[in-house]
Write a protein that binds this ligand. Structure first.
Ligand code: 3H9
Length: 717
């Protein structure tokens, strides 16, 4: 059994301490321990009241997520909650730290809640494809009112203690949580025998009965922020039941039914796969756990453009002073004013107070001199993609920045080893590929060079966590993980256009599949001219898939930046409007290249684009460029808008079944004649052995089972 509950009696108060490091989830041992400890306290006539708290930094981080989908042992959570709620002695939840999901639900079953000043609460089950199934959907609305409760449950947001007090979720805030809670329960036990239960608070439910707006607003919120997800609708139905059913236990019953439907839904498995995938991604199989991590006290950024400014904001937001260098004073001024505008925007939106803005923006300094970053612990170069320029910058950095500092490049595709080779500290050189806008996008691809040291890598993974990024390691290989996959995917979208589909049809099909943005909207956003100019410079003939894009550029249709690309854009708007005038161009280029345009189904569009991703992902895995299948999923969800509820391209392949994936690949290879659809060796071998992506055997068995050796980093694919 995992976890336990420590029992101690102090001053006639039983102190129950949940002990299940590091964050005290409600594993089987904790559930049994809680149940038994409550019985013990009830049976001890000397005990006047109970304080329930957690060991370490968490109160309780929720149900044990690793138990979902498996056989669960021990007492059920709802048995424990019932025991707690009907305990014959007063119970105070001393919320010492993190109280999420089942953790907050535990506290809601107690008579009183006191929170440490630094604690936070929340019901983030929606992020796992679930709903708060321990009574949270019934009890939280009774304290906050349904509107606020729905906001919390649909966003999964964390609410700091002070706000939780204002919202009525906790009764008191304390800086001396355990002592104050003991004192409180002793006093209250001597004053009265009638202790409040959240289930009995009905005033806010009665008020809500006549207010239809609450549900309408919740539906709109779910449709906007949680497109395609199953759990949000279930959460709304639970709150409807809380409002409409007069009997609390009937509401609980409904919650149980809706929870079970979420539990059985494939989205739950996909989203939990990503929860654990993000955490696994930070562990590098051949970097020992106890590798020294450098303390990053100050960061430097080279380049004050969009990327440089966004990266600087990430450091400042994490409380790390950051100094930006640019070679051009005008650029630098512009860059700094963009950063300030971004912070002002957050103030206007109520996401920051003016004081918070001043303090965070105060961490950003700038100048034109390399000597001002000599004391930085890390410097990230974020200039445009030109290897010669990067060589020059790294030579200068190597001279000016202290020798123990890490020097990183924000390249999206250049060779990190080549950059490292011109410095005297190749072990300190690493790629940190942020995604634009860097202050918002969660993905951080960490590019490991041939000589990047364990200490450098471990430090970057730790700083990634501090910057609240989903950091994933990639070997130094062309396109790294994400852009290599993107290339094959957009090429197929372009081939579909050449064969007869139209941009808006392709975009709509992929957006209905769940992608945030279809490929043609994305290409218009990035700009069609970048690739076109590079191809012109190379003097080589454009590949088939680029021919239409190149022709549009010849007509000055570069995408959003010129008001026209695959779509038309009205002045000042990013909304795409169909561009029927392009259709003659499509016809012309198709026929020039021997294609008779045909009707293409949405199914073929989705299959061909997503299969291209899956097949490339499998190759990336077999080459050891990514450590594990889940790393690829984390990259694609956090950097490329793949729907989290499908668990990423590799998880999606497993969900389809590798046999089915191979069958489809072979079908499209036949139709298109393209090697893009030649099934990856990895897929064929895994399918033959009845394995899934991510279920490959251990490193030792791999050669024997799969017939090929992989890079030493790819231990856990
Ligand atoms: C629920 O409660 C359902 C109920 O309503 C109803 C049921 C009937 N379980 O993130 P970290 C592990 S659903 C198991 O690196 P941080 C995590 O995998 C649950 N394990 O630390 C990692 O393991 P490892 C609702 C968990 O400080 C280690 O703890 N609750 C759980 O950056 C450290 O985690 C949630 O959704 C768990 N519940 O962040 C909260 N939580 O070291 C989910 C964590 O082997 N958790 N682990 O990689 C979080 O949001 C963050 O982990 C937390 C700490 C904020 C708590």
């Amino acid at each position: 059994m995992k976890g336990t509950v420590l029992y101690e009696v102090r001053d006639d108060v039983a102190i129950l301490t949940v002990d299940n490091p590091p964050v005290n989830p409600l594993s089987d041992g904790v559930r049994n321990g809680l149940y038994e400890s409550i019985v013990k306290a009830e049976e001890d006539s000397d005990v006047k009241g109970i304080v329930l708290t957690g060991n370490g930094r968490a109160f309780i981080a929720g149900a044990d997520i690793s138990e979902f989908g498996g056989n669960v042992e021990g007492k059920s959570l709802n048995e424990v909650f019932r025991k707690l709620e009907f305990c014959d002695k007063p119970v105070v939840a001393a919320i010492n730290g993190i109280a999420l999901g089942g953790g907050l639900e535990t506290a809601l079953c107690c008579n009183y809640r006191i929170a440490d000043i630094n604690a936070f609460v929340g019901l983030p089950e929606v992020n796992l494809g679930l709903l708060p199934g321990g009574g949270g959907t019934q009890r939280l609305p009774r304290l906050t009112g349904p509107s606020e409760a729905l906001k919390m449950m649909l966003t999964g947001s964390h609410v700091p203690a002070k706000k939780a007090l204002n919202m009525g979720i906790v009764d008191q805030i304390s800086e001396n949580i355990l002592e104050d809670s003991i004192e409180f329960v002793k006093n209250i036990a001597s004053e009265t025998d009638a202790h409040p239960k959240v289930r009995d608070k009905n005033d806010k439910m009665l008020e809500a009965k006549s207010n239809d707006n609450v549900m309408v607003e919740a539906q709109a919120m779910a449709a906007k922020g949680r497109k395609g997800q199953f759990a949000p609708g279930q959460i709304i139905k639970c709150v409807e039941a809380a409002i409409n059913l007069d009997d609390f236990d009937e509401g609980l019953k409904k919650e149980g039914e809706y929870f079970l439907e979420c539990l059985m839904h494939p989205q739950r498995e996909a989203m939990i796969h990503i929860f654990f995938g993000e955490r696994a991604a930070s562990k590098i199989s051949d970097v020992p756990k106890d590798t020294k991590i450098m303390d990053i006290k100050k960061a430097g950024i080279i380049g004050s453009g969009t990327m440089g400014g966004g990266i600087a904001m990430c450091f400042a937001n994490a409380g790390i002073p950051v100094h930006i260098i640019d070679q051009d004073e005008e650029n630098l001024k512009r860059g700094i004013s963009v950063i300030e505008k971004n912070y002002d925007f957050m103030v206007n939106k109520g996401k920051l107070t003016s004081e918070q803005k001043d303090s965070v923006f105060g961490l950003v300094t700038s100048s034109l001199n390399y000597s001002d970053i000599s004391d930085c612990d890390i410097v990230i170069e974020a200039v445009y993609e030109n290897l010669e320029l990067k060589h020059e910058i790294f030579k200068a950095l190597d001279q000016h920045v202290k020798p123990e500092a890490i020097l990183a490049s924000n390249t999206s595709g250049l060779d990190i080893d080549s950059i490292a080779s011109i410095t005297s500290r190749p072990e300190k050189i690493v790629g940190t590929h942020f995604f634009s806008p860097a202050n918002i996008m969660r993905l951080l691809e960490v590019v490991r060079g041939e000589q990047t040291s364990n200490e450098t890598l471990a430090t970057i993974m730790a700083i990634g966590k501090k910057l609240k990024k989903a950091a994933v390691v990639s070997l130094n290989a062309p396109g790294f993980i994400g852009n290599r996959m993107l290339f094959g995917y957009t090429a197929q979208a372009n081939m579909l256009l050449l064969e007869g589909a139209l941009p808006h049809q392709i975009d709509q099909a992929l957006e209905s599949f769940g992608l945030n943005m279809g490929p043609f909207r994305m290409m218009d956003l990035v700009g069609l001219d970048l690739g076109w100019r590079a191809r012109k410079l190379s003097g080589k003939e454009s590949p088939l898939h680029a021919k239409i894009g190149d022709e549009l550029c010849e007509q000055n249709r570069y995408g959003q930046k010129s008001g026209a690309g695959y779509y038309n854009y009205s002045e000042g708007s990013r909304a795409p409007n169909p561009a029927p005038e392009n259709e003659a161009t499509y016809e012309k280029i198709s026929s020039e290249n021997g294609f008779t345009r045909r009707d293409i189904t949405d199914e073929e569009i989705v299959d061909r684009c997503i299969l291209a991703l899956i097949n490339e992902g499998a190759d990336i895995l077999s080459e050891g460029v990514a450590q594990r299948a889940a790393d690829i999923d984390v990259v694609y969800i956090n950097g490329y808008g793949f729907p989290i509820w499908r668990g990423g391209p590799m998880h999606h392949a497993n969900a389809l079944g590798l046999e089915v994936v191979i069958e489809k690949l072979e079908k499209y290879k036949e139709i298109t004649g393209s090697d893009v659809y030649k099934p990856s060796e990895m897929l064929l071998k895994l399918a033959k052995d009845g394995l899934k992506l991510g279920e490959a055997p251990s490193k030792e068995e791999r050669k024997e089972k799969l017939g090929f050796e992989m890079s030493s980093v790819a231990n856990n694919f």
